[in-house]
Design a protein around this ligand. Structure first.
Ligand code: SF4
Length: 282
């Protein structure tokens, strides 16, 4: 009997083989995501995945869910519309560091501030892979990119701290080496009410690793293994990534805040009285 891959039921197999390079961490993240939704006990027709543009943006096209591959930097506004039109949906934004924090940075902070009920999964490979390896807002200082051939001079974002300060109710960081922890975290984030955020440090051996002499995908994973430390509950200010110290991983934030729709319904009921009917979607 021909063996079947247990994840294939969650993938659009007609689109496989995928376009990702050998050693890229993206496939590992998708595998973890599939395992997470399998363990969430949420009907698949109630989960929707939205991606932007880039290598990570391809995820939406490979998942056999209601998924949307949107324009560059705009998956969060698109996901906001989806959530407001159908508040029962579990909406997951799955995109890269350039898409979410350069072009889409503004959308990220405002969706977190509003506590839009959605999960953001950011695969952070420190570069724009699909377009040739340009510098992004997470590229470490001194790192070589196609647009910084003499080394990056800008301080990168500390993504967990940014998410925490902007109001995320759940913030975690893992590398692609930490598959068990990542699956657990994805499950928690998807089931958490409010704006949840997971950063996944992931190898791009082709454009980031090669330019910075970090070795192939396996060597980059070995580096993550040797240089990560897990501290659940750590202060997100300590999650700076400079690759001189340890990569701080863990679940950093898990708190409660009313979501945008909770506040809308509560405040409008107070202001409009009995004439107000709670919003339940279109
Ligand atoms: Fe992965 Fe980098 Fe290749 Fe894109 S360019 S598929 S991020 S290894």
């Amino acid at each position: 009997m021909k063996p079947t891959n247990p994840t294939s039921q969650y993938l659009r197999m007609d689109r496989i083989p995928h376009i990702w390079c050998p050693g890229c961490g993206l496939g590992t993240t998708v595998n973890c995501f599939v395992r997470a939704i399998e363990g969430c006990d949420i009907p698949l027709d109630q989960i929707s995945v939205v991606s932007g543009i880039g290598c990570t943006g391809r995820v939406a096209g490979y998942l056999k869910l209601d998924s949307f591959h949107t324009t560059h930097g705009r998956p969060i506004p698109f996901a906001t519309g989806l959530k407001l039109a159908n508040p029962k949906l579990k909406v997951v934004v799955y995109s890269g560091d350039g898409d979410l924090f350069a072009i889409g940075g503004n959308h990220f902070i405002h969706a977190a501030r509003r506590n839009m009920d959605m999960t953001i999964i950011c695969v952070n490979n420190f570069t724009y892979g699909m377009t040739g390896g340009q510098v992004t807002p997470t590229t470490p200082i001194d790192a070589i990119a196609s647009t910084t051939p003499f080394g990056n001079i800008e301080d990168p974002f500390n993504l967990p701290y940014l998410a925490d300060c902007a109001g995320s109710v759940y913030v975690a960081r893992w590398t692609t080496f930490h598959v068990r922890q990542l699956i657990k975290s994805m499950k928690e984030a998807i089931q958490k009410k409010g704006f949840s955020f997971i950063e996944i440090i992931s190898p791009c051996p082709t454009l980031y690793g090669r330019r910075n002499r970090l070795g192939d995908g396996l060597e980059m994973m070995q580096f993550y293994k040797a240089n990560s430390t897990i501290q659940n509950g750590a202060d997100t200010r300590d999650a700076v990534l400079d690759f001189k110290g340890k990569i701080l991983c863990g679940k950093f934030v898990d708190r409660e805040r009313p979501t945008f729709l909770d506040l809308y319904n509560t405040k409008m009921a107070e202001r409009l009285g009995s004439s107000f009917k709670p919003y339940e979607g279109v």
